[in-house]
Design a protein around this ligand. Sequence first.
Ligand SMILES: Cc1ncc(COP(=O)(O)O)c(C=O)c1O
Length: 491
Amino acid sequence: MANDWATFGADLHLEPHGHGQGLREGLMNALRDAVRSGRLAAGTRLPSSRSLAVDLGVARNTVADAYAELVAEGWLTARQGSGTRVAQRSAPRRPGSRAAASRRAGPGRGGRPGGAVESVTAPPAGKPTYNLSPGTPDLASFPRADWLKASRKALMGAPDEAFGYGDPRGRIELRTVLAEYLARARGVYARPERIVLCSGFVHGLMLMGQVLRARGVREVAVESYGLDVHWDLLGRAGLKMPALPFDEQGTRTEELGAREVMGPGVGAVLLTPAHQFPTGGALQPDRRAVAVDWARAAGGLLLEDDYDGEFRYDRQPVGALQGLDPDRVVYLGTASKSLAPGLRIAWMVLPEQLVGEVLAQKGTVDWVSSAPDQLTFAEFLASGAYDRHVRAMRLRYRRRRDQLVAAVAARSPGTRISGIAAGLHAVLELPEGTEESVLRAAAFQGLALLGINRFRHPTVPRTRDALVVGYGTPSDSAWSGALEALCRVLP
Ligand SMILES: Cc1ncc(COP(=O)(O)O)c(C=O)c1O
């Protein structure tokens, strides 16, 4: 184990200098240096004072006193039964400082944004200990063994031509099983010849941006909240991105027809209908219908980002918008949430007339993700391993979501949570004007966290303060620590 004393002793080269009283100081300095430099990570269990004393050839009291003082300073923690450990938030505490006072108030109060932020001028640099930023699934849960099994089977059965330059739409084996899966699980009208594989949703969006521009489209409407990387991609294709207005029900698609809001140049709309990113609601049936009506009437296209469509907890699955009109909706799906973003496997289900245009934009040098990976994913889907993995992850994320809701209710009863019926993140409303201070307090706790205003379209006025909590991101082992750190910074 990385955190036990064997590693510590071997890697740390702890060399306290001095005699008597000085020896204790020397030991404290050596330990502080080891923590400060990151050689001793937060949570690392230190050896007992007895064994460290033997190891260093000093009196046991010298070590015990040094530990006690470092605990008092906030570098270490000591708990009955779990020994002495490097504190999660190991920072020097000057006697009498406000930080010291607020920490003395105890966990859950000392870490409050006000207290922590007032006493700290800059958050500690370096990699955060916990990560609750949205956008990534639990990478530690990647189904390595099943993936390996699928890979072995796929490679052994692959024809020689699979290792050559292939069809720019992607392997037919994968497009065939994907068509079946998407129809079954997401209500997508999918046929293999309408599917084009791409290297992540971003790749598909980039291609669609180029296709739309080549068609003479000048504007793609986007939601009031979203990802700036997506807006950048469309911008690079030469498109403008007016934001659709937003209310408590979500994106107001009815404004698409209002020229004074949208202008005449809008030829397509980018939407996250299953689970709006990041605000979290599903696009209401009437607003779906209105969007499709607009596309039919205006000859426009709807770009459906179904990034986490598999993860729905409380209600019947919300089917894909694409099922309403496969000739007006470009469906974009990805394995980035359901499996892992590192795979770079995603798919577009296109209106028939667009397939040629998308392939023309891909050109002859863009061969998407590797054929062996595509074949592996095809086998993974066909064998049922994908369904099993998604079901297991749904349970796991649902459990975390429930724990998040319960912890917030207990520790910060005034905090409202929304967007929890689906996906891997939730939105926690904050009192007006407190988002930045809570984020700074989180950073100081070693917790990576993002606020909703980070995702606000530049033309949309600021109307709320909130956290976007990615509860899917931590590994199981880091989850409870991350949740505790979050609770400490909530008002
Ligand atoms: C809203 C949204 N769409 C799509 C994606 C997936 O992107 P990709 O498939 O390029 O990894 C993400 C990933 O964070 C996302 O947040």
